[in-house]
Design a protein around this ligand. Sequence first.
Ligand code: SF4
Ligand code: SF4
Length: 451
Amino acid sequence: MIPYVKSKLKTFVGGIHPREDGKHLTRDTKEIAAPLPKTVYLLMNQHIGAPCKPIVKKGDFVKKGQLVGESQGFVSANIHASISGKVLDVAPWPHPVTGTKSPAVIIERADDDSWIEGADVPFDPDQITPDQIRQLVQSAGIVGLGGATFPTHVKLTPPRDKTIDTVVMNGAECEPYLTCDYRLMLDKPHEIIQGLKLVMKCIGCKNAHIGIEANKEDVYALFKSIVSDEPNIKVDLLEVKYPQGAEHQLIKALLHREFKPKQLPLEVGAIVINVATAFSIYEAVRFKRPLIQRIITVTGDGVEKPQNFLVRLGTPVKSLLEEAMASPHINKIIFGGPMMGIAQSNRDTAVTVKGTGGILALRSAQQFRSRACIRCGRCIEHCPYGLNPGELSIQSEAQEFNLAQENNVMECKECGCCTYICPAKRPIVHLIKFAKVEIAKQTAKKAASAG
Ligand code: SF4
Ligand code: SF4
C-alpha cells in the first residue's frame, strides 16, 4: 500500500460521513455473470433526454446488440437488444426510476447468444479520429453510468466557445453499500485508462485527474502504477465523504475550482467521466460493443449472498434477488444506494436500466416521525451546494414556490445530506422534489400560454 496522511486527503466543504457504509458486504466479491434472463424488458427511456422510438415489432427476431430503440434528437441514447430472441411485445412497462409506465421492447431469449454482425469486432483505436470516437459512443448508446444517465456523446461535444483543460475521472464511489465501480477498477484498470484516453483524444484535452476515495487504497496503488510514466494523468486520494463523487464536489476537491450558482463543470474547464462510463467507451471503440450490460451490486441484509453481478439490461430484479438468495422478509428494495436510491413500489415488475448501479434489499426499513424544524442550521452546514435546505422545505410545505425558486431550489442535486443530518427527521429532499415539480409545471404553463 502507498502510505498517506489523512489530513492531506483532498475533499470539499460540507457533506456527511454516513454511519454505515456497508461496502464490506460485497467489496471482496469479484463480479460474476448473472444467469441470462428468460425475458428482458428494455425501457425506451434509460437516459436523460428524449425517449427512444422502438424500431422493432411484436414477432420480430432480434440479435444481441441489435438496435431496438432509436434515439430521438441529440440528447437521447440508443437502446440495443441485450439478448437474442423473439420480440414478445412492444408495450408500456413500469419504470423503476420515474414510477410511471414507459414503452418497452420485451424480448424472450433464444438459445443463441452471439452478437449481431458488425458488433464485437476488434478495432485499432490508435488510428481513430475524435469524430469517430464520438460517433461510436453515440451509436453504442453510452450514458453516464454513475447514475446521472446523461448521454455521453453530448458530454463529448462541448460548445465551441468552451475550453476543457482537464478530464476528471470519478473513481470515488461514495454512495454507501455500492462496490460495482470498485470491482471494475480492480478488474479492468487498463481498459478504464484506455477509455479515459479516448475521452481526452475526443475533446482534445491534454490533462486528466483521477479521484479515488481513501477506502480503496489498492485501486489507488494500481492506477498510480499504470500511469506512472504519464505526467499528464494525475491520481489522487480523496477523503471518504459523501457526496465526494458528485461532479461539482470532485472538481472542487481535485482542481480547487469554485462554481457560481447554476454553473456546469464545462464552465470551469472540466468534464467528469465515471470509471464505468470510461470502460464502456473503451468497449464501444475497441470492440464496437453497444452498451447492453453493466455491473450491479446486489446487497443489504435482505439477501444471504450479497455480491456483484454482470447483468444484461432489462433483467427482472426478482431473478437477481433469487441469485443472491433473498430473504422472504424483505421490507424494502432500493434501486441505487441508501442516499440517492429510489425505493421500488413493486419488486415483481422492477427491471434493470443503464443507471442501476445497485439493488439494496432491506429487511428492516427504518421509520421516522418527522417534527417541526428547530432551526439548528445543521442542514445548511452540511449542504455541499451552499443552500438552506430547512428553509426550502418550509417554503415547499407552505407552497411558496416562487420564494423557493428565488432561494435556488432548482440547484439542489437531491444528494440527501440534509435529510440524513436533520435531528427533526424532516423529509427535506421529498419536499424539495415536490417544489421542483411544481415550479416545472408552472414554467411549462407559462410557456404554453406565451406560445
Ligand atoms: S437540520 Fe432539520 S431541524 Fe435543523 S435547521 Fe435543518 S431542517 Fe431544521
Ligand atoms: S438541499 Fe439538496 S443539495 Fe443540499 S443537502 Fe439537501 S439534498 Fe443535498
